[in-house]
Ligand binder design. Structure first.
Ligand code: ADP
Length: 248
């Protein structure tokens, strides 16, 4: 892989809840266009990490930079969401009474600020973009269908498509294959892999087979910091990682 340098810098981030350190000097660097999987046992700090990156939780110490210029800790949450970092929660939240196409149209960014220009990839017209996204998520044939009539997997892909309408540079995806059929899992792997390059994709996932099938680089979180980082083979053979997972 050709490295374009980091797009996201998380440096020395700590977050405490009532004296308990959910994140403890977390350092994480995500390259522009890379696909990264974040794994770790329950309570490792994965959700808190996503909350910090998206501005939902402010850390006690540390810094989070988008590119080299933008201090994310100085940006309100809605600006971060609109401005280049999309987050997909586990439960899909599509507009069930609207068509697939209309869901994507609604998700299109409307006001283009300097921030927007700084952080968004260039695209053609809005309609072309919707067609492009429909192809990407594999729902071109369902464009006129009501979102409420889609399968669980299709709703997840539609929601990823809605995030893509904002042209995020970074996409955070929380447990994308939970509850999916084998076929849907395969489609999701292909979709997330195809997004890398144009976007940086951060996937938090428990399904190890899925992580193995998509990730070039895996980060293992434990007790709020990075325990190991590398290929799936490297981290799975790391004695510290084995110990943590056996102890779960
Ligand atoms: P993960 O997503 O890896 O399971 P979390 O980030 O959800 O881990 O949680 C890390 C730790 O911080 C857990 O022990 C959790 O109980 C604690 N924690 C998370 N959010 C809060 C909160 N709002 N208040 C108190 N404790 C919290």
């Amino acid at each position: 892989d050709v490295s374009h340098g980091p797009i996201l810098y998380v440096e020395g981030v700590s977050v405490s809840f009532d004296g308990f350190k959910a994140l403890n000097d977390l350092n994480l660097y995500i390259d522009d266009g890379e696909l990264r999987c974040i794994i770790g046992p329950n309570g490792a700090g994965k959700t808190t990490m996503m909350d910090v990156i998206t501005g939902k939780t402010r850390p006690d110490t540390g810094s989070v930079y988008f590119g080299q210029r933008i201090d994310l800790l100085r940006q309100p949450e809605h600006v971060i969401a609109r401005g280049g970092i999309g987050r997909k929660f586990q439960k899909p939240t599509v507009f069930e009474a609207l068509s697939v196409f209309d869901n994507l149209e609604l998700a299109t960014a409307s006001n283009k600020s300097v921030w927007y220009t700084l952080t968004h990839a260039l695209t053609g017209t809005q309609r072309d973009r919707i067609d492009e996204v429909l192809e990407l998520i594999g729902l071109a044939d369902q464009r006129r269908q009501l979102a409420g009539a889609l399968s669980h997997g299709q709703k997840q892909w539609l929601e990823i498509g809605m995030l893509l309408m904002q042209n995020p540079r970074v996409l955070l995806v929380d447990e994308p294959v939970a509850g999916m059929t084998g076929e849907e899992v395969e489609h999701t792997a292909a979709l997330l892999t195809s997004l890398a390059g144009r976007h940086s994709v951060i996937v938090v996932e428990h399904d190890m087979a899925f992580v193995r099938s998509i990730a070039r680089k895996v980060t293992v979180l434990h007790q709020g910091s990075v325990l190991a980082e590398g290929t799936m083979d490297q981290v799975q053979n790391d004695p510290r990682v084995i110990e943590v997972y056996l102890g779960e």
